[in-house]
Write a protein that binds this ligand. Structure first.
Ligand code: ADP
Length: 401
């Protein structure tokens, strides 16, 4: 069996794919298809020939995946020559059912369909990607890798909301957590970089991308995380509010006459940095801030203050912390955010080195040599983690049969 896995991340109107060598992590080709179902689509494919683009209309996800396969055939690498080992799918919500990556069959599709009410924005698109890939690759094993799975180790006191207890049984209302693939990947990388065994480490992982979440990771297991039943809870994000007094919903319904959908939409798409400063992209926000825009300044402060609160909370949850890890677009690239979040925490043994922080070296260490808590900047690689987990499962199944 080869080590090549085609990783698929299907969104409501997009399809992202990556052909990954699960052994080395190398992406031999990557592509993004957007505006599926619109009169003009957009397709990008990067492979051995460099980058190609087209704007053909693609009516369905099946058309999109066929267009991706055409791009492989035209621009390489040839999927026939490589012999894929598996297709790995990112699935956002696995509920309490899926704690590990799982082989896709009809029963799994039915179970993920049952979880749609918990993730109405994400799971239907992920299912669409699965169905299409099963039709186009009927002979290949397909594996679902869940964003929630890594957090299934949360203890009951961390995942239980203090609401009537029957809400859990009747409606599945509890914390599930997301970004698990990224949190698990960077935790493993952190252990590797520190030259320590992951089983011996307490980590606080901060995934700061368009979506943002924090996780407390003890001995390689997630014990607390900031996203909740949905990816709306926790940190301030590009367009999502994060934590909010739950009474705000009722207030807006009663006082402003808003519908539940309007409130959901505003909290998911018009809040966060965008709601506060008009920009959800952190680089654009940084430009506004540099130009002295007071709303951008406040948005930055609210964003960093929220992260700092979680660092403090997770420090207390863990008792001792070996490393704080920053990852994803903002975590990796914004020295200002890292400095603001960790400012004044020297009494907790956290000392950022301003020179290292300004331009992190290859090892990602941005704390001082005498800092008791290491601070690391580590790029995430969710595609590689999905490919690795898919290959591992397929190899295990093959050995067992
Ligand atoms: P996603 O969650 O969609 O995978 P990313 O991890 O790519 O997102 O993060 C996207 C965010 O990272 C955007 O807000 C973007 O502006 C920010 N970002 C990317 N590069 C930089 C940079 N050099 N400095 C500050 N922010 C950056």
């Amino acid at each position: 069996m080869s080590d090549y896995v085609l990783v698929i991340n299907a969104g409501s109107s997009s399809l992202k794919y990556s052909l990954v060598d699960a052994g080395s992590g190398e992406a031999l080709a990557e592509g993004l298809i957007e505006r599926i179902g619109e009169s003009e689509g957009h397709q990008q494919h990067r492979g051995p020939d460099g980058e190609t683009e087209s704007s053909d209309a693609l009516a369905t996800h099946e058309d999109a995946l066929r267009a991706a396969l055409d791009a492989f055939a035209k621009h390489g690498p040839s999927l026939d020559d490589l012999e894929l080992a598996a297709v790995g799918h990112r699935v956002v919500h696995g509920g309490a059912k899926f704690a590990v990556p799982s082989l896709i069959d009809d029963a799994l599709v039915a179970e993920v369909t049952d979880l749609v009410p918990l993730a109405p924005l994400h799971n239907p698109a992920n299912l669409e990607g699965i169905e299409v890939a099963r039709r186009l690759f009927p002979d290949l094993p397909q594996v679902a890798v869940f964003d929630t799975a890594f957090h299934q180790t949360l203890p009951p006191h961390a995942y239980t909301y203090a609401v009537p207890s029957e809400w859990l049984d009747d409606h599945g209302i509890r914390r599930y957590g997301f970004h698990g693939t990224s949190h698990s990947f960077v935790s493993e990388q952190a252990a590797h970089r520190l030259g320590r065994d992951l089983a011996d480490l307490n980590l606080i992982v901060l995934h700061l991308g368009n979506g943002c979440s924090a996780a407390a990771v003890q001995g390689g297991e997630s014990v607390e995380t900031s996203m909740g039943m949905t990816p709306l809870e926790g940190l301030v994000m590009g367009t999502r509010s994060g934590d909010l007094d739950p009474a705000v919903h009722g207030h807006l319904v009663r006082e402003a006459g808003w519908s539940v959908d309007e409130i959901d939409n505003a909290l998911n798409k018009k809040s966060g940095l965008k709601g506060l400063a008009g920009e959800n992209d952190f680089r654009a926000l940084a430009k506004l801030r540099a130009a002295g825009d007071p709303k951008a300044e406040l948005a930055f402060d609210v964003y960093c203050h929220r992260i700092k609160k979680y660092v403090g909370a997770y420090y207390a949850v863990l008792g001792t912390v070996d490393a704080i890890v920053f990852t994803a677009g903002v975590g990796q690239h914004s020295a200002d955010v890292r400095a603001a979040v960790l400012h004044g925490l020297e009494r907790l043994g956290i000392r950022l080195d301003p020179v290292r922080n300004a331009d992190p070296a290859e090892d990602g260490l941005v704390s001082t040599d005498d800092s008791e808590v290491a601070v690391l900047v580590i790029p995430t690689n969710e595609e590689w983690q999905i490919a690795r987990q898919a290959l591992e499962l397929v190899t295990k199944e093959e050995t067992a049969s």
